[in-house]
Ligand binder design. Structure first.
Ligand code: HEM
Ligand code: HEM
Length: 126
């Protein structure tokens, strides 16, 4: 998928902005009830999505594989919906979105892992 690296990074960066806004808001309000949402918006949204993007940048041959598109279509929405689901879990005691998004996110992570292992084991990976 052309530009999948940039798509991942473009999605990761607003996660950083929103999670830092949330972190600042929590600090100012001295209300840390949304800490898990803040931390996972940073870690699943910002750092993981950015790391996916940088990996595709470092190994463009992986980005050309059709699995990269499937990976993006799985991990991009779930990386945002999981932290959103944590909000509904924490604020409204509704775990459904967080659980569903986490399962989808795990699928994307497993696909990413399989892609990298296959690449590592390939006889002619270049
Ligand atoms: C200026 C930016 C940031 C502010 C103002 C901020 C603010 C906060 C606050 C208020 C907490 C809750 C602390 C507590 O419950 O005791 C927190 C927790 C956390 N933040 Fe941030 N944060 C910022 C950036 C980041 C970034 C960039 C990351 C990750 C890439 C991050 C990861 C975490 C994690 C993992 C926790 C949970 C730590 C724990 O459970 O002990 N934060 N942050
Ligand atoms: C969808 C995938 C994920 C699920 C379902 C998940 C679930 C959890 C759970 C249940 C906790 C404990 C919360 C508590 O103590 O009450 C936690 C904490 C934590 N997780 Fe995750 N996690 C996920 C992805 C990640 C990723 C990708 C990272 C790092 C890149 C990460 C880093 C952390 C950290 C640093 C904490 C401690 C800070 C906190 O409590 O918020 N998690 N996670």
């Amino acid at each position: 998928m052309r530009k999948v690296d940039v798509y991942f990074l473009a999605l990761a960066s607003p996660c950083l902005v929103f999670s830092v806004m949330l972190g600042l808001g929590m600090g100012i309000a001295r209300d840390f009830s949304l800490t898990h949402m803040h931390s996972h918006l940073n870690l699943v949204g910002w750092t993981s999505l950015a790391l996916f993007g940088l990996t595709y940048r470092a190994y463009p041959v992986l980005a050309e594989n059709r699995l990269a598109k499937i990976h993006f279509l799985i991990s991009a929405p779930s990386g945002i919906l999981f932290p959103a689901g944590l909000y509904f879990l924490i604020a409204h005691d509704q775990p459904a979105l967080a659980v569903a998004a986490a399962m989808v996110w795990l699928t994307g992570a497993a696909l990413f892992c399989a892609t990298l292992v296959r690449f590592a084991l390939a006889k002619n990976p270049a």
